[in-house]
Design a protein around this ligand. Sequence first.
Ligand code: SAH
Ligand code: MG
Length: 216
Amino acid sequence: MAAEPAPDVLDAFEAAKGFMPVKEGLALYAAAAEAAALGLPLMEIGTYCGRSTLLLADAARAAGVSVITVDHHRGSEEQQPGWDYHDPDTVDPQVGRMDTLPTFRRTLHRAGLEDHVIAVVGRSPQVAALWNTPLAFVFIDGGHTDEHAVADYEGWAPHVAEGGLLVIHDVFPDPVDEWTGQAPYRIYLRALDSGAFTEISATDSLRVLRRTGAVV
Ligand code: SAH
Ligand code: MG
């Protein structure tokens, strides 16, 4: 049986604000737990309020590695005021813009998982440009435009260590299922086409690929 999160973490996950259904979350946790055994850090692109981060943190804690989670915390296009995925509680009234960092910090603190997570506040491509450490696991769950998804793939996929996992969320092969576009699906196809990754599982819109080739 695949590894499962600690019961208190699962409760915190189910209570947390965010965009990760339970079934996909369990698949995400199982992949993170498996990859963490490589003894290298786990990377998440797209923190939002920390819902998925909780699961990665639990897997990292068990393996004695860290999670790095990257987000500018100003929200994706479809999360802005007036759009379908907007939550007014995420707006900082003093600034008049979204700021999901405070909620993220509360989520992690309440679950007792702060010590296992390094939060990076910034734009994914800017952080990727400075990154130079092999990763056991990269979870791409950031912006859904082609510009963002392509930059996430190009910036982070090369850092997945041989035998490590690349996980992509919101992969919708059928355009009728699409709610924020098919950019994640296109980077998933690109990863497979590159010859560097092999698919190992699919759970609804979550795809888990293993790095099996040298050149991304
Ligand atoms: N993993 C979260 C959901 C992430 S939503 C969960 O489980 O609930 C997508 C997030 O990506 C948003 O918080 C948004 O601010 C962030 N994001 C979008 N484009 C980004 C970019 N280019 N750099 C950093 N963060 C980005
Ligand atoms: Mg998502």
